[in-house]
Write a protein that binds this ligand. Structure first.
Ligand code: PXP
Length: 249
């Protein structure tokens, strides 16, 4: 298949994490979004969590008012978040599982067991013109369910692959990567657009970027951390370069 350009969505949640550590206004996630755009981000991703631990409602207002690239609004499947999304009508809405006590989004959404509720939940978002994406594990059952409920996009959770890589569990890493490869192709064969993300770094991005069915990567925590050492724009530009290299290779 032809290799279409791979989009990079930069997740700015953890700029807000640092800001909120002091409760003030700095660093400003909107400024980070502007720099990310200048560095070649094709979109900005932000997760408004129920507990507002990083991104705030005001951040979403600001992003919607000022971004010139699309906003990918990550949210849990709750009535509160649905109302916020319907008010803003962002370009994309990514439905993620959310547990209060977790440090980050630990697994994919359980779509298969909640098919009916989720089908009703996403219908008004689609009617409002949002592209609805479902964040799931590389699992055939979940992909089929996401397709049945009418999602246009799935985002595959790359966390297990990245964790195995970081911990040097090579066989496990390779198995996770193979599952991502197979499930990207399977989802694409159903007509779903395939995105991927979570935990990606300079070391782990290239094999995923090389999958021809993957159209977008969403990357946050590593880039914001790397920005401490080399600045946000160079950190993002390097990720962009690695993605393009993997795509062209
Ligand atoms: N994609 C989704 C759906 C996510 O929930 C997250 C984390 O918020 C990411 C991508 C980005 O993950 P990371 O911050 O580990 O790069």
């Amino acid at each position: 298949m032809t290799r279409e350009k791979l989009r990079l969505g930069v997740n700015i949640d953890h700029v807000a994490t640092v800001r909120n550590a002091r409760g003030g206004a700095y660093p400003d996630p909107l400024r980070a979004a502007r720099i990310a755009e200048a560095a070649g981000a094709d979109g900005i991703t932000a997760h408004l969590r129920e507990d507002r631990r990083h991104i705030s409602d005001a951040d979403i207002d600001g992003l919607m008012a000022t971004l010139s690239v699309p906003l990918n609004f990550e949210m849990a499947a709750t009535p509160e978040m649905q109302a916020i999304a319907l008010r803003h009508k962002p370009h994309a809405v990514c439905i993620v599982p959310e547990k209060r006590e977790e440090r980050t989004t630990e697994g994919g959404l359980e779509v298969a067991r909640e098919e009916n509720r989720l089908a009703h939940f996403i219908a008004p978002l689609r009617e409002a013109g949002c592209r609805v994406s479902i964040f799931i594990a590389a699992d055939k059952r979940q992909i089929e369910a996401a397709h049945r409920i009418g999602a246009e996009v799935i985002e595959l959770h790359t966390g297990a692959y990245c964790d195995a890589d970081a911990e040097g569990r090579i066989e496990h890493r390779d198995r996770e990567l193979e599952a991502l490869r197979e499930m990207s192709a399977f989802a694409h064969s159903l007509g779903l657009e395939v995105h991927a993300g979570h935990g990606l770094t300079y070391d782990t991005v290239k094999p995923v970027a090389a999958f021809p069915e993957v159209r977008e990567l969403n990357i946050g925590h590593f880039l914001i951390g790397e920005a401490i050492f080399r600045g946000l724009e160079p950190a993002i530009s390097e990720m962009r370069r690695l993605m393009d290299e993997a795509r062209d290779g």
